[in-house]
Design a protein around this ligand. Structure first.
Ligand SMILES: *[C@@H]1O[C@H](CO)[C@@H](O)[C@H](O)[C@H]1NC(C)=O
Ligand SMILES: *[C@@H]1O[C@H](CO)[C@@H](O)[C@H](O)[C@H]1NC(C)=O
Ligand SMILES: *[C@@H]1O[C@H](CO)[C@@H](O)[C@H](O)[C@H]1NC(C)=O
Ligand SMILES: *[C@@H]1O[C@H](CO)[C@@H](O)[C@H](O)[C@H]1NC(C)=O
Length: 509
């Protein structure tokens, strides 16, 4: 089943180019050892043309002369669909971004395309793949001979899906000369180049609705990435080029407006927001509540209204010490108040995923060329972002408002047992968000949404914005509530209300 590690040859792709076509040139491939000419022209290139399991096929695009995509087929994870893995080589091959692509289980030739990104900053999207919403899950029970089990609740049920390890330095993505990316706005450029090359190269994807999905720090990443895609689309229109059909953004337990972080945690610990009976000591709740106004004032003045790096860092330290520290010393799971913290990042799956992805036979199956072992979350990347205070320096909610004003559908969903990026914090920042639909949004009440007749959570919708809770799920919603998460995504992709029996919703304009 597993391929031997040996021969991952570098192969450059020669393409027949006719006069009026934009050329995908063979280019100076980074370390070419041979050339393969595929039949047909570039505009009818199908991923299905890529049949090699042992060697990458390299694809270049004239508009991104410093970039190239290398892709191969893989027997990884989901035997029911075509699976591809590869690298986007950035900056003349100095940086390499690793991706996994799974075709849809329904209709790969017409279903939408989704890209999933995990957070951190610095954590690998293979965590989402192998623990949450991917076509297979890490095998924790030694039930299979291949290290994974097939996931019937995978989000590729109805959409093609890409998992991208980004920025460089994360997961299997790496740099030849140690370069790093240390801000979300810089990372956006590589993601946009990746998506453009991908969609323009594989013509079956062209014009297909694109959904950007992710969780946690993706609440900072995705609003900026989607906004960059949107703005670049306007440039493309002016220049008569194809656009990316940016259709929606999905953010699970995201960090967006940071000013509500600590009030949200207080509510989780000291009210019935998460559990029926608050679990924190009353005396601790009183201390936290007493500190909150000062915490929030400092955050507002030094991080939000005007960003001042030194004062903002001091404000964050104050809030962490006076509000977060009690929970952090409790031994509870940061991502699920109802669970103990066991293993790396509080989940035994995390260590198992690392062992699995470090296995030489799995690396070979994926075509991994990254030097060094896999790490779930890169501390170097995390440190780089922290140096720039990336989490605080640009208000992510301003990007969200910008996208909503332009009609980009946005699904914000939250597992209610998360402490880290809690659902009350999300409820509070959405109430405070300034955009044209704000009045309508606030006039809506939460309605229950159900899956198979059981309540899954509550939902509130206004125009392009939907906020849904998933009751009883932690930070990683599809991990805890796979059926509910899959139903939510299915309804979202079909542009249905999350609770389909509800009366038609009002227009917000
Ligand atoms: C791995 O094994 C499990 C259980 O035996 C099976 O369901 C799954 O399809 C296998 N995965 C692959 C990629 O062959
Ligand atoms: C997993 O199962 C195989 C047989 O299917 C066995 O040889 C192996 O020792 C088991 N590993 C663990 C960690 O239990
Ligand atoms: C984007 O996708 C939608 C839904 O399939 C489609 O109606 C629309 O024409 C597409 N837009 C572009 C620019 O391809
Ligand atoms: C990578 O992991 C293997 C197996 O656990 C270990 O032997 C090796 O020392 C590790 N390499 C690095 C560079 O950490």
């Amino acid at each position: 089943m597993f391929k031997t590690a040996a021969a991952l040859a570098w192969i450059a792709l020669g393409v027949v180019v006719s006069a009026q076509q934009v050329a995908f040139d063979v280019g100076a491939s980074i370390r070419p050892v041979g050339t393969v000419s595929l039949p047909g022209n570039v505009w009818t290139r199908y991923l299905a043309d890529i049949t090699s399991h042992d060697a990458f096929v390299a694809l270049r695009h004239p508009r991104f002369p410093a970039h190239q995509v290398r892709v191969k087929k893989s027997e990884f994870c989901d035997p029911t669909v075509n699976v591809y893995t590869g690298y986007l080589d950035v900056d003349e091959g100095a940086k390499h971004l690793f991706f996994y692509f799974f075709e849809s289980r329904r209709n790969p030739d017409s279903d939408d395309v989704m890209m999933w990104i995990n957070g951190g900053p610095g954590c690998s999207s293979s965590m989402g793949l192998l623990m949450e919403l991917g076509p297979c899950r890490i095998d924790m029970k030694n039930a299979s001979s291949n290290g994974t089990t097939w996931n019937p609740y995978s989000w590729n049920a109805e959409t093609n899906i890409l998992f991208l390890d980004q920025p460089v330095g994360v997961g299997f993505s790496y740099a030849e000369f140690g370069e790093t990316i240390e801000t979300t706005e810089d990372a956006a450029k590589n993601v946009h180049a990746f998506l453009t090359i991908f969609f323009e190269t594989f013509s079956q994807s062209k014009g297909r609705p694109l959904h950007l999905a992710g969780e946690s720090y993706a609440g900072r990443y995705l609003p900026a990435f989607a906004s960059y895609v949107y703005d670049q689309n306007q440039v493309a229109i002016e220049e008569g080029r194809d656009t990316l059909n940016l259709t929606s953004v999905l953010i699970g337990n995201g960090i967006v407006d940071i000013s509500m972080t600590w009030r949200g945690r207080y509510e989780v610990e000291c009210t019935t927001a998460s559990l029926e009976v608050p679990f924190q000591k009353i005396s601790t709740c009183v201390r936290q509540k007493t500190a909150l106004p000062r915490c929030e004032k400092a955050i507002r003045e030094s991080c939000v209204d005007i960003f001042d790096a030194i004062n903002c860092r001091a404000a964050v330290s104050f809030c962490e010490a006076e509000v977060s520290a009690y929970y952090e010393s409790s031994g509870r799971n940061f991502y699920d108040v109802n669970k103990p913290c066991l293993g790396d990042l509080c989940y035994l799956e995390v260590g198992a995923i690392k062992s699995y992805l470090d296995d030489p036979s799995v690396r070979a199956l994926l075509g991994v060329e990254s030097p060094g072992n896999f790490s779930s979350c890169s501390s170097d990347v995390g440190r780089g972002f922290n140096v720039h205070l990336d989490k605080y320096s640009v208000p992510s909610q301003f990007y969200i408002a910008g996208l909503l004003e332009r009609g980009v559908r946005t699904l914000i969903y939250s597992g209610t047992h998360d402490w880290q990026c809690s659902w009350p914090a999300t409820r509070l920042w959405l109430d405070k968000l300034e955009w044209t639909g704000a009045v309508l949004y606030k006039s809506q009440t939460f309605r229950d949404w159900t899956v198979d007749g059981h309540k899954a959570g509550e939902v509130r919708t206004a125009g392009p914005l939907t906020f849904a809770t998933v009751r009883g799920a932690g930070h990683m919603v599809p991990f805890d509530k796979p059926a509910e998460a899959q139903a939510m995504v299915s309804r979202w992709l079909a542009q249905e209300d999350l609770q389909p029996t509800e009366v038609p919703r009002m227009s917000y304009t």
